[in-house]
Design a protein around this ligand. Structure first.
Ligand code: PNW
Length: 500
């Protein structure tokens, strides 16, 4: 831990709130990344592939949700074509090669493998597509990092309750087994589910993402439980049936903010702990430590009692389940974009059950933080270092991959704000590695190219490569940030000249 930074942090917190001023966090290091460091980019099937009903693919919850009512996305557009990567995959691999990255994180569309989610719908064409894809990556010296579930649930499973139904975890296991069998000879880095926090809060909580279910007091926790079980089932299948012959690693991807108390008061510090547990801990604790975080157990029980319920809205784990889930990781897949400043609030009066009232804190951002074109995404570069240290100390994962980190802008090719963001965050990541001893093995920036940004449609662009969604062939063009990243990944250095 860098003592100087923490002393500065303490001194400044009185005058400026607890956050560090931008200038101090954006001193870019002139040290070099370790030569073993794996540079990469990330995407997800539903956001880039298109070809939503080709070669036997079934309908996903995102296809269904936006076909049913196009106004559910900001620009009333869907992912039927997206970046057309399903057809342009060879060209995409050449672009990865041109960027010079060694790692590519992408996801498999569950409804291409099992169009209905049930085994009897097995689709060989879908399996073949991904086998060819990973072989071509390897032929170009690019390591695949594969996500099994990045939000495109087969619609048929949703009609049985989706992530509100425990049996979806078993269906996930059956799907995962097929993928391990067929791709396992080529893929050594796996993640099961991506950001269950986001899909449970937005898909089953406030209903702003597919499948649009509004159950923010209880469905949200059931969703979390089922996705955690799905992850653990997938992990055990891999380790029981495939690890010995295939020798790969399996974990999941969790998103998290770096959180800091608004003042030095004990109340704000406690509120910050609560925010961590209701943001990251509800997924990380069962898997890396065992059971829900105690704070969550206590808070939801307390609020449930206030609401006059006979038991807690948080579903309890059995002892067997706690043991089954605990330790199901080989590394930590971390998505990090932004930070928060946390204040304590008075206990909200009992009313409708609500996850955010269960959390029971207030969050904001610093006055001097730069905002992206996404309302939630504010730049706070030190957060990368702070969060990596938090994860390293609290969950003891042995190894971390930063599986997403990126910036939303308009489609411009002159995206200096993205370069500033990436440079500041990567510099703080390198400080965590070199100064604090956190083992970060690789980094896949979000995103390889502009793509379908869920309920925002194409109004927010995260790519380092621009995609012209008005052109039939979805022309790809390097932005300034792609050129900057290309130089960075070849020099392992964030500035003009690094110390040797
Ligand atoms: C991630 N937050 O979602 C997803 O994994 C990607 O599919 C998505 O395109 C990308 O980030 C950009 O949104 C997040 O509020 C959504 O902190 C929300 C948050 C973080 C990540």
């Amino acid at each position: 831990m860098n003592a100087v930074l923490f002393i500065a942090f303490g001194l400044l917190s009185g005058a400026l709130g607890a956050s560090l001023p931008a200038k101090q966090q954006t001193q870019i290091t002139n040290k070099k990344f370790p030569s073993s460091f794996l540079w990469g980019t990330a995407t997800a099937s539903a956001q880039i592939e298109g070809a939503w009903n080709e070669d036997g693919k079934g309908e996903s919850i995102w296809d269904h949700w936006l076909h049913e009512d196009p106004s559910r996305s900001d620009d009333h557009k869907n992912a039927d074509v997206a970046c057309d990567s399903y057809h342009k995959w060879r060209e995409d691999i050449q672009l990865l090669k041109e960027l010079g990255v060694k790692l590519y994180r992408f996801s498999i569309a569950w409804p291409r493998i099992l169009p209905t989610g049930y085994l009897d719908s097995y689709n060989q064409a879908g399996v073949d597509y991904y086998v060819n894809f990973v072989k071509e990556l390897l032929a170009n010296d690019i390591t695949p990092l594969v996500t099994l579930y990045h939000w495109d649930l087969p619609q048929t499973l949703q009609e049985q309750g989706g992530w509100l139904n425990d049996s979806t975890a078993d269906r996930f296991g059956e799907y995962a087994r097929i993928v391990f069998q067929n791709l396992g000879p080529y893929v050594k880095l796996w993640t099961t589910v991506n950001e269950p926090h986001t899909t449970c809060t937005e898909g089953y909580g406030n209903g702003e993402m597919a499948p649009g279910i509004k159950m923010i007091g209880d469905g949200i926790y059931q969703c979390a439980r089922t996705q955690i079980l799905a992850h653990a089932i997938g992990y055990h299948i891999y380790h029981d049936e495939f690890a010995a012959t295939q020798g790969g690693k399996v974990s999941l991807v969790l998103d998290a903010t770096y959180n800091m108390p608004a003042t030095d008061s004990e109340d704000d510090k406690t509120a910050t702990e609560w925010e961590y547990e209701f943001n990251l801990g509800w997924f990380a604790h069962p898997i890396y430590i065992g059971n829900w975080p105690q704070i969550m157990i206590d808070r939801v029980a307390k609020r449930s009692a206030m609401e006059g319920l006979s038991g807690s809205r948080l579903p309890a784990w059995s002892d067997d389940e706690i043991e089954f889930v605990k330790g199901t990781f080989d590394f930590f897949g971390l998505n990090h974009y932004t930070s928060t400043i946390v204040s304590a609030i008075d206990e909200p009066a009992a009313g409708e059950p609500n996850f955010y009232l269960d959390t029971g804190v207030s969050t904001t951002h610093g006055d001097d933080w730069v905002n992206s074109t996404a309302s939630w995404l504010w730049s706070y570069p030190y957060g990368m270092r702070g969060l990596l240290n938090y994860v390293w100390k609290n969950y003891n994962p042995g190894e971390i991959y930063v599986t997403e980190n990126g910036w939303s802008s308009d489609p411009t090719l002159n995206d200096q704000t993205r370069i500033d963001y990436l440079q500041g965050y990567l510099s703080n990541m390198l400080d965590a590695i070199l100064e604090d001893g956190v083992n970060v093995a690789g980094y896949t920036t979000w995103s390889f190219m502009d793509n379908f940004e869920w309920a925002k449609g194409y109004t927010q662009r995260y790519g380092i490569i621009n995609v012209d969604f008005d052109s039939d062939n979805r022309t790809r063009t390097f932005k300034d940030s792609a050129k900057w990243y290309q130089r960075t990944v070849s020099t392992y250095c964030l500035v003009e000249q690094c110390e040797e």
